[in-house]
Design a protein around this ligand. Structure first.
Ligand SMILES: Cc1cc2nc3c(=O)[nH]c(=O)nc-3n(C[C@H](O)[C@H](O)[C@H](O)COP(=O)(O)OP(=O)(O)OC[C@H]3O[C@@H](n4cnc5c(N)ncnc54)[C@H](O)[C@@H]3O)c2cc1C
Length: 342
């Protein structure tokens, strides 16, 4: 285990921005992760665990502590019962390889989460979701090192308080648990319709009526590749804002001027509206800001891409410009989806 110092964190965010980490270490197993966390604690320095940095915006000041890069591997089919097949996955496994492998085994439940960048261990953090699935639907347990009790713990899905793009890991217990593995329960049956609208249209247009996990995975990959930039070629962190949830009175007031605002029912009588649509209406469709070096992706304005930004401050100024315009026009407060750290 080699601890490095002063490493630029821009390499550890797919937005390719951010200052240095005081210390950084990659860990390959749980024992190394515990050793790294305990030595940070003994030296009284903050510690954070990360995966591939596809949901992190590092501040220009960098991270004044130890960044642990999780590379703990593992993919094990642990049991089968009448409900499904249980898989335990090392937190450092690349998420899309996990989806690919499970689909090849004919298992369903995560096929619509194909091509989401990052690691398996990060999926519970923001309850990763796409095309009608999210990780809370298949997650059984999370295994983690608890920085408070300094012991390994197993949390049941119910303990994680999953909701739309949130869990205890990015809210009430942010930073407390260093996730080492997740256990999922996947179905041995084929996925059943109704499917998410764009997936359903894809299948319909091609006359596909046999809905296997592999067919759904291919549909999602094709849809995503046509719409989203590849972070290894174009620096970005996926959706920059979450879809806002508003009440039905607020929706009605927006609909007075914009009857076509895309909206879906959400929890607790709220309505979710499309952040991409708001950004587009606010004048940021296929927009390049030459001052800050940030653009919106032509096919998806919710994705901000780093064309030539010099630093994170530039990105945040651009984000503020978009937020302010949307708030003025729609009285909606956009919430940033990637985590701004520290
Ligand atoms: C092009 C693109 C498309 C995307 N599409 C989607 C999408 O469709 N749906 C979606 O939900 N997200 C999407 N994302 C966001 C991102 O891929 C996910 O949030 C992913 O789970 C992040 O994984 P990561 O390993 O890169 O985590 P990181 O970015 O490294 O970390 C994210 C957060 O999780 C914490 N964390 C990471 N690993 C651990 C661990 N082992 N234990 C405890 N905490 C941990 C970090 O501290 C940080 O707070 C997209 C991103 C990009 C760039």
């Amino acid at each position: 285990m080699q601890i490095q110092s002063g490493v630029s964190l821009s390499q550890y965010s797919t937005m390719r921005l951010g200052g240095p980490a005081s210390y950084l270490v990659a860990v390959n197993d749980t024992a190394q992760l515990i050793e790294a966390a305990q030595s940070a604690k003994a030296n009284n320095i903050p510690v954070i665990v990360i995966g591939k940095g596809s949901n992190i915006i590092w501040r220009d000041e960098g991270f004044p502590g130890l960044v642990i890069v999780n590379q703990i591997k593992g993919y094990e089919m642990i049991s089968n019962d009448e409900f499904g097949t249980y898989l335990t996955i090392g937190a450092g496994e690349e998420w899309d390889s996990v989806v690919k492998r499970s689909v090849e085994q004919g298992l369903s439940g995560i096929e619509c989460l194909s091509l989401i960048p990052g690691t398996a261990g990060a999926t519970p953090v923001q309850n990763v979701g796409a095309y009608g699935q999210d990780i809370s639907q298949t997650l059984v347990t999370v295994t983690a090192y608890d920085l408070n009790s300094q012991t390994m713990v197993t949390l049941a899905a119910g303990d994680c308080k999953f909701a739309y793009r949130t869990s205890i890991f990015n809210t009430s217990e942010k930073g407390r648990y260093l996730i080492t593995a997740i256990t999922l329960m996947l179905s041995r049956n084929n996925p059943l319709p109704p499917f998410y609208q764009s997936v359903a249209s894809y299948l319909e247009e091609r006359g596909i009526r046999e809905y296997t996990p592999a067919v759904l995975r291919k549909a999602v990959i094709d849809i995503r590749q046509a719409k989203l930039p590849d972070p290894s070629l174009t620096p970005n962190c996926g959706s920059f804002f979450a879809n806002p949830e508003i009440d039905s009175f607020h929706l009605a007031s927006i609909q007075e001027n914009y009857p076509a605002v895309p909206n879906w029912p959400a929890a607790e009588g709220q309505v979710k509206i499309s952040a991409a649509w708001l950004i587009e209406q606010a004048g940021f469709k296929d927009y390049l800001d030459p001052q800050y070096g940030i653009a919106t992706w032509p096919k998806q304005p919710l994705v901000f891409v780093n064309r030539s930004a010099k630093n994170t401050a530039d990105l945040l100024k651009f984000a503020d410009k978009v937020k302010t315009k949307v708030a003025e026009q729609f009285s909606v407060n956009l919430r940033m989806e990637p985590l701004l750290l520290p």
